[in-house]
Design a protein around this ligand. Sequence first.
Ligand code: CP3
Length: 343
Amino acid sequence: MTTLRNDLLLRTLRGEKTERPPVWMMRQAGRYLPDYMKLKEKYTFFERCQTPELATEITIQPVEQVGVDAAIIFSDILVVPQAMGMEVQMVEGKGPFLPDPIKKAGDLNKLVVPDVEERLGYVFDALRLTKKTLDGRVPLIGFAGSPWTLLCYMVQGKGSKTFDEAKAFCYTQPETAHRLLQLITDTTIAYLKGQVRAGADVVQIFDSWGGLLGPDDFEILSLQYIRQIVAAVKDEVLTIIFAKGAWQSLDAMAATGAHGLGIDWCIKASTARQLAGPHIALQGNYDPAKLLGPIPVIKKEVKAMLDAFKGYPHIANLGHGILPDVPVDHAKAFVETVKEYKF
Ligand code: CP3
């Protein structure tokens, strides 16, 4: 096995001392990069995901062009519902569309807990090829959506600001909702274990819609399933939970035994640290929209952010995915400011 030349992310997640915080950006492989746009013209979204050579090329672009300290495999959280038997379309300018969403108990008969090697083997192939191509430059992050966030898309059938149809499904048919959440959980555990076998050094669970739930419902509909996933993989791989907007449950998330917690920009570093305790790594939390502002302001604010998290394990990142219209220079300024920082 090749040894990693840059293991800042891994050391930070293990709670070890480092010279500076590691830095990467959620959704770092994507539309703000001109080279990504060139591949987007030639291949559909799922062709890019399913062709290991393309996924590898896209995954490595931000490592080479922006200088991040970690790669995250190019894929999508919705490959899991697809592997479970649902049709998923990626509509240009609109986002995901699932034409035949889950609405009632009988609809679960359409779903399977798949053989992940058979249905998602292309992700594992992409991870293996990326790992080989990275050749120890930086660690490789694998990922999956949380069961709650995947349920949101599987029931609503498309993106939404409120996911009210998904919520109504959970509150009117709780038994069916929990059966669905468990099917997704079982698939996700097998999927993440496959990612680890294929070489992922870290896995992140994206609970993009966790913040739509109050603390009690977050536990019932989201965290209890994330907890099962973390328990199943945490002894094999470093794990990060990112439940956007669910900061009120940081203490409960820390208690899962995950190694890192992602936070968005709506919580202060000191408050997050108080809730999460001193040991777990915190990841975040620059407002991605602020990368549209002037570079000198970005530099000043990113330094202030690093100061605010200093003294405890911190992974510099955005508080959500990078926006498509961010100039590459601004993304670089974000990354370079972290790389110039010294503890
Ligand atoms: O972070 C990375 O660079 C790895 C790639 C990655 C993608 N999606 C590629 C993608 C990751 C980690 C995701 C996760 C994802 N996908 C999430 C969780 C993170 C978050 O942003 O909250 C969610 C909710 C999705 C579902 C999804 N996929 C949506 C809502 C959309 C359309 C809107 C959008 O953000 O573009 C996608 C499409 C998608 N997934 C694109 C990319 C690069 C854009 C489509 C394209 O370039 O053709």
